[in-house]
Design a protein around this ligand. Structure first.
Ligand SMILES: [Zn+2]
Length: 215
């Protein structure tokens, strides 16, 4: 998903829950997941390459890391970074999997649904027919060659490749607003999940460690 849409989702989902500087920090951690090295070497950061299981595990691991950093080291900045990273993966799920296509098809198509109605996918590992696009470095690079790239994307990328499937920007068609809506809802759910885990492990006051600056 392109950076501006990650930011838009974050603002809509959790923008009012953090101070400006904390929000900026979370955004920085979210967007840095798309640096070139992380794009190529870590499909699990982006729900790419069919990495549903690995990406789910990555999100859980980053949630646990955020809780541990806050409760055992008082490392608020580290916790905000971990939360930023896990929201990136969660948002990319809706841009890189066929969840929106499945949901729209199952609910009567574009005529009978609006993006706002879309459900989040609570468990990507338990949905029949769900998959995410293969992340081929060859197609990724070929589609970005000036002039030739567009032709390559239309004629040579397989239908299950990231380049054919992604909903990274509005130009990808009518499913894009559904991906935005679902990603926004699920980002809010991710914050609640983190706050619940904080409360479980650190008691009722622990949530304030994340939401309120201590210095
Ligand atoms: Zn990404």
């Amino acid at each position: 998903m392109q950076a501006r849409y990650h930011v838009q989702i974050m603002r809509a989902a959790i923008g009012d829950r953090f101070s400006k500087s904390d929000f900026r920090r979370i955004i920085r951690a979210n967007l840095s997941q798309d640096r070139l090295q992380a794009l190529v070497l870590h499909p699990e950061y982006h729900f790419d390459g069919g990495a549903l299981r690995d990406a789910q595990a990555y999100i859980s691991q980053q949630r646990r890391l955020a809780v541990r950093l806050l409760l055992t080291r008082g490392d608020r900045a580290g916790a905000l970074d971990a939360f930023g990273r896990l929201t990136h993966a969660r948002q990319d799920f809706y841009a890189h999997s066929n969840w929106t296509a499945l949901w729209v098809a199952q609910h009567g198509g574009f005529e009978r649904t609006t993006p706002e109605q879309i459900d989040i996918c609570p468990n990507p590992l338990g949905v029949t027919g769900l998959f995410s696009g293969n992340a081929s470095v060859v197609h990724f690079l070929a589609c970005r060659v000036p002039v030739y790239g567009g032709w390559h994307a239309r004629h040579l990328t397989p239908p299950d490749d990231h380049e054919s499937m992604n909903l990274d920007h509005p130009g990808r068609g009518p499913l894009f607003p559904y991906a935005m809506a679902a990603a926004t809802k699920h980002t809010a759910v991710e914050l609640e999940a983190l706050l619940r885990m904080l409360q479980r492990d650190g008691g009722p006051a622990a949530q304030a460690l994340l939401l309120e600056p201590t210095t």
